[in-house]
Design a protein around this ligand. Structure first.
Ligand SMILES: [Zn+2]
Length: 288
């Protein structure tokens, strides 16, 4: 089992855990988009150039108001994916053992299912909602448009697999407030203290969101798949699956603006260096 990495915030009341729920292998052309338009979006399927195995992180924020889990990671179910779908057949492989799912790993940290009050999903791709069954007592939030996008045949074609959700799964739409956070025009507080905040980061999916933990002068950004790597965020290189290049570019620019305003430890789900950056509290360096 991969060891979970953690970091205390400065006031010692908030602690963030990086939990590696197995690994995923995708194509280089998915991590860094090649070309434009439909050509770019087909490359993750057509290319033969596989990237190295990368981690699939879920995040747990131990907070005085209750544990908040951001994304639930992968699950052993993902080792057998529907073969009718070209993306699942040609473009992705998962490697995970049962004890690597988020539930068992949280229990080994002393966090039981009833301790988790809130689960926030950056988006509903299968390696972000794979561990939902481990949270039967939590309120689960996602963007309303993201929830709508998963349904029906079009949802299946887009690569969502809602039939794998637990029967009781009934996500609540996150209520955006008209209060800006840094360069983001909307935000949503996830704690009464206002120190854990969701912001819209559309691109990878049209209603993708990210979660920011404020820690004094610093902030920790749990970025989901806003980019696959810190380096691609800094260079403004969009991925191979974002449906709208302009929207994805604008989000990466917003994240860079945020990083320029305050020291930001930027933690994408699949960046092999995310856990190390959290542990070392290493902020992204934006060149002006
Ligand atoms: Zn994704």
């Amino acid at each position: 089992m991969s060891a979970a990495v953690d970091s205390f915030c400065k006031d010692k009341h908030v602690r963030i855990h990086a939990i590696e729920t197995g690994r995923v292998r995708i194509k280089e052309a998915q991590i860094e988009g090649h070309g434009h338009g439909l050509w770019r979006q087909l490359q993750p399927i057509l290319s033969q150039d596989w990237a190295d195995w990368t981690p699939v992180y879920a995040w747990a924020i131990e907070h005085p108001e209750g544990v908040i889990v951001v994304d639930t990671g992968s699950s052993v179910q993902l080792k057998s994916l529907p073969r009718w779908h070209p993306y699942f057949q040609c473009a992705v492989r998962f490697d995970i053992a049962p004890e690597q799912e988020v539930g068992p790993q949280l229990r080994s940290l002393g966090i039981g299912p009833r301790d988790v009050k809130t689960v926030v999903l950056t988006h509903l791709h299968i390696d972000h909602d794979g561990g939902l069954a481990h949270f039967p007592h939590a309120r689960i939030f996602a963007s309303s448009d993201e929830i709508a996008r998963t349904s029906g045949i079009s949802g299946a074609i887009l690569g969502y697999l809602p039939q794998r959700w637990p029967k009781r799964f009934n996500p609540e739409p996150l209520a955006w407030e008209a209060s800006p956070y840094g360069p983001f025009v909307r935000s949503a507080r996830l704690t009464k203290a206002g120190d854990v905040i969701a912001v819209p980061t559309p691109g990878h999916t049209p209603s993708h969101l990210s979660v920011i933990v404020c820690d004094g002068e610093d902030q920790i950004m749990l970025a989901g798949d806003a980019s696959y790597l810190e380096t691609t965020m800094l260079s403004g290189t969009i991925d191979g699956v974002s449906p709208d290049e302009t929207v994805a570019q604008a989000t990466l620019a917003n994240i860079r603006a945020l990083c320029a305003q305050r020291p930001t430890i930027y933690l994408p789900t699949h960046d092999p260096k995310s856990a190390e950056r959290l542990h070392e509290r290493r902020a992204a360096t934006v060149r002006s």
